[in-house]
Design a protein around this ligand. Structure first.
Ligand SMILES: Cc1ncc(COP(=O)(O)O)c(C=O)c1O
Length: 362
């Protein structure tokens, strides 16, 4: 590792694989023999055509998407999807089921309601401060879709088994765990994910949408707010965020060719998470905030005995080359985001530091 680089546990934007950053650096001034940087090349050029098409192909292969699924690149972040989803695929007079696992799903519910749409909260873990994933869902078989947030980045909870929706399409915000494990896309009608946690830099949001969902989209939506526009133009109705898409391409290439696919990635992610959660299970000093069965393999949230110790922990960790460990401002505490690009050695460095910190302050 370059001597200036730290172990990066930020929640997003977050760590990218070093070989990806190096490839960007090497090719930055002369992208693909074009004599231009990827930030200068036309999005309508053959060079960029190759980038976008290869990114879609890799996306499809990794998530095992068949021909019914369209892979789209949008801007506006995952937050834009909170309104675009109901605007496009929740017809008036029909309701959608949402599972409220905190923060992001709460926002998704609010945005749908702002549009005057009918939302049924099928389950919520608000009663225990969103520290778990609800198991009992009151689902409506007539719902247009069931919306979940596959991983709550802030509370550190994750769905380990997706709910059985008896054929009603699942819609998932996978911003903070997409490509962290293999996926059976079958139950999903729509998936969205901001790239800046697990698959790229900020600036692009991936949307995967199935043909049957595309058919629900009403006429008359503003062009930029309709998935039809993106699906019909290979995401190039207007200028795509070229640099962000290019970086996603390199991350997916790294996943396929260096890591060896999502099975392998999932095994590594499991090992990293186990290493870190073991500390909580063996220590009275660090306390994990998520219930055991709902623990996220991506965002590990924890508390120390006092806020003063938490502030000292974050400060001393950074002095030891471990960055981004402060919890989200809405919940406090500490959080280690251990996305795909954060290696086992980073997690081991963190657990070593944690043991030493406990020894000195426990
Ligand atoms: C699960 C989840 N959904 C949505 C968002 C919002 O994403 P964006 O900032 O791209 O709008 C975040 C951001 O952290 C997130 O973690």
């Amino acid at each position: 590792m370059s001597s200036h680089r730290i172990y990066n546990f930020n929640a997003g934007p977050a760590a990218l694989p070093l070989p990806v950053l190096e490839e960007i650096q090497t090719g930055f001034l002369d992208f693909g023999g074009s004599g231009m940087s990827v930030t200068e090349v036309s999005h309508r050029s053959k060079w960029f055509d190759d980038v976008i098409n290869d990114t879609v192909d890799r996306f499809r292969r990794l998530l095992q998407l068949d021909d019914r699924y369209h892979v789209l690149f949008l801007q506006g972040g995952a937050s834009m999807q909170f309104c675009m989803v109901p605007m496009n695929v929740l017809p008036d007079g029909v309701s959608a089921d949402y599972v409220d696992t905190g923060t992001w799903s709460t926002k998704a519910i609010k945005e749908a309601r702002t549009l005057g749409k009918t939302v049924n909260v099928a389950a919520s873990s608000e009663d225990k401060n969103y520290s778990y994933i609800p198991r009992e869902l009151a689902l409506d078989p007539q719902a247009a879709y069931v919306h979940i947030t596959s991983n709550n980045t802030i509370k550190g909870t994750q769905w380990h088994r997706y709910p059985d929706t008896a054929g009603v399409p699942l819609v998932a915000d996978m911003s903070s765990d997409i490509m962290s494990r293999p996926l059976d896309p079958g139950p999903f009608g729509l998936i969205y994910a901001g790239a800046q946690k697990n698959i790229g830099p900020a600036g692009v949001c991936m949307v995967v949408i199935r043909d049957d969902m595309l058919k629900l989209i009403p006429e008359g939506l503003p062009s930029m707010l309709s998935y039809t526009t993106y699906a019909g133009k290979n995401s190039m109705y207007n200028t795509v965020p070229c640099f962000a898409v290019y970086t996603v391409q390199l991350v997916l290439k790294w996943l396929e060719e260096t890591v060896g696919g999502l099975e392998k990635m999932a095994a590594i992610n499991r090992q990293k998470a186990d290493t870190l959660y073991r500390v909580f299970d063996e220590s009275g000093f660090y306390r994990g905030t998520a219930e055991k069965g709902s623990r996220s393999l991506m965002n590990v949230t924890f508390r120390l005995p006092s806020e003063e110790l938490e502030a000292l922990f974050v400060k001393e960790a950074l002095e030891n080359g471990l960055g981004g460990l402060k919890g989200h401002r809405s919940v406090g505490g500490c959080r280690a985001s251990i996305y795909n690009a954060v290696g086992l050695e980073a997690v081991q460095a963190l657990t070593q530091f944690m043991a030493e910190f406990e020894r000195k302050n426990g």
